[in-house]
Design a protein around this ligand. Structure first.
Ligand code: FAD
Length: 475
């Protein structure tokens, strides 16, 4: 029997459901499709694609050691994948294709087409649940409905974790070596080969790849950082979060590996022992929550607000303000620092993501979908479910979102979470000489114009009232 493992957002060997199933009692061939046009439609950031290609190179080497040949096809749009996949399976006499399920609308359409075409040729197409801790569609309230509130969703997850922590799949065995597969490509293209500008070596070094290395990073975080996570995670100047989201999103790590590592000291039993461990678990469950929301409420992946009544909100279409926000030139230091960090590194600290998102959608009253798109175009960890969830939370249009009248004051947030202005100084060199108090609101606290930092583009008090009025008008 010959099988095909189709790798997508799961570029790893360890604990990979589809790979494990594909290699049981079968001769297995690996397959990857690269779809640059589709990525553009989805606003995937070049830095994220670069990470994907670099990790793919690593995966290729690991597959070689397992004697699993790899085939890479560039098929610009997903609507054309099914016909290529069918032709490939017929040529190589493949009897079954295995892949890990993906739940956004376009991904499901692609897979349905593949399944239909393969079925007609009597080739099986199996999708496996791998991306989440619990099967999508399986977490339901007592009326059999999906949860819309995180707290209740989390309790349900806790009950299940109490029964058993999801286990990792066993290791993959080395296959007997086969004749090389000719006529097919196994070269991993570079980013410029796919029509993108190169990512600098310096930036690449911020985001290393390799399954073993990333697993070590996870273990190190659990060993050294998780204990203090609850206390320190909101301070952007500290390196106190895991920075693993990018790797979870392209599947260098699995969610089960994260949980197993988190409860390693408790021998894989679900028994949080300290606030840090509990808090990191809850963040992983936020990820889980938004993945389930994406499937249960597919309108969120079609640019619709979760709370339908907010679809008539009168957003301001102010291009100048939007440009200032994108480029970190709003005159509100914490917002500008975050937006510059995003542009420079492809990542932004979670607390600052919330501040920047709320500033755009409330103080500037600019449509959250524009911000969501900009984030996606920049983030190395861009993920439709989490990004949409984060934006709809901040804009008060989402499930379990922040109430519209509870608007962060970015200056108070900055004073609270960056009390010494270290994060601000790192990203705003023009303010570096200011003292710890004035740096949060330079013009209010006596900063002299002309030093190259803009005046605030909006008054925080009046813009807050304007946002509340706009939401009130929805009735
Ligand atoms: C406006 C906005 C946009 C966001 N966009 C994304 C995105 O595109 N991709 C993404 O993975 N996360 C997104 N997040 C969530 C969060 O900011 C990032 O997951 C986190 O900053 C990544 O850093 P970390 O890996 O160090 O996280 P840690 O603090 O170490 O958290 C551990 C893991 O939990 C998950 N997680 C943590 N917080 C959240 C959350 N609020 N929602 C969902 N999952 C979470 C991530 O997988 C993360 O790696 C967004 C949040 C906001 C407010």
């Amino acid at each position: 029997m010959k099988t095909l493992i189709w790798f997508r957002q799961d570029l790893r060997i360890a604990d990979n459901a589809a790979l494990w199933h594909a290699t049981q009692h079968a001769e297995c061939i690996a397959y990857v499709v690269l779809s640059p046009e589709q990525w553009r439609i989805h606003d995937d950031a070049p830095i994220k694609i670069d990470l994907y290609l670099r990790q793919l190179q690593q995966l290729k080497q690991q597959l070689e050691q397992l004697n699993i040949p790899l085939i890479i096809q560039t098929i610009p749009l997903w609507k054309n994948v099914a016909q290529h996949l069918l032709a490939l399976c017929q040529k190589l006499n493949i009897q079954a294709v295995h892949a890990n399920a993906e739940f956004a609308v376009h991904e499901q359409q692609r897979d349905l087409l593949c399944q239909q075409q393969l079925q007609q040729a009597k080739i099986a197409f199996y999708t496996h649940q791998d991306r989440t801790l619990f099967p999508i569609g399986s977490i339901r309230n007592q009326s059999g409905q999906p949860y819309k509130v995180f707290g209740a969703f989390k309790q349900n997850c806790y009950q299940r974790l109490n029964i058993q922590l999801p286990a990792c799949y066993p290791d993959i065995q080395v296959q007997a070596s086969h004749l090389p597969i000719t006529d097919f490509n196994d070269e991993v293209p570079t980013l410029p080969n796919l029509g993108y500008l190169e990512i600098s070596h310096q930036l690449q070094q911020l985001w290393p790849v390799g399954e073993h290395y990333i697993q070590q990073q996870l273990d190190k975080f659990i060993e050294d950082e998780v204990f203090n996570y609850q206390q320190l995670r909101d301070f952007p100047a500290l390196n106190a979060t895991s920075q693993l989201a990018a790797y979870l999103n392209i599947g260098v790590l699995s969610i089960r590996q994260c949980l197993q590592a988190l409860f390693h000291k408790q021998h894989g039993q679900f028994s949080p022992e300290n606030a840090g461990q509990q808090c990191w678990l809850d963040e992983l469950l936020w990820r889980e929550f938004y993945q389930h929301i994406l499937f249960d409420f597919p309108e969120v992946s079609k640019h619709q607000p979760f709370q339908t009544k907010t679809s008539t909100l009168q957003w301001r279409n102010d291009k100048q303000d939007f440009e200032a926000w994108k480029n970190g030139k709003t005159g509100i230091p914490i917002v500008d620092a975050g937006m510059r960090q995003l542009k420079a590194t492809g990542w932004m600290h979670n607390r600052v993501r919330m501040i920047c998102a709320m500033f755009l959608s409330k103080n500037l009253l600019i449509d959250w979908r524009k911000g969501e798109q900009w984030f996606m175009q920049q983030l190395i960890d861009g993920d439709l479910a989490a990004n949409n969830g984060g934006w709809q939370w901040s804009a008060s249009t989402g499930t379990d979102a922040v109430p519209y009248f509870r608007i962060f004051n970015p200056i108070s947030q900055s004073e609270k979470f960056d009390p010494k202005g270290e994060y601000l100084r790192q990203w705003l060199p023009e303010l570096a000489t200011l003292d710890d108090k004035s740096i949060h609101a330079p013009y209010v606290k006596g900063y002299k114009a002309g030093l190259g930092y803009p005046q605030p583009i909006v008054d925080l008090k009046t813009s807050r009232v304007r946002a509340i009025e706009a939401f009130k008008a929805l009735g």
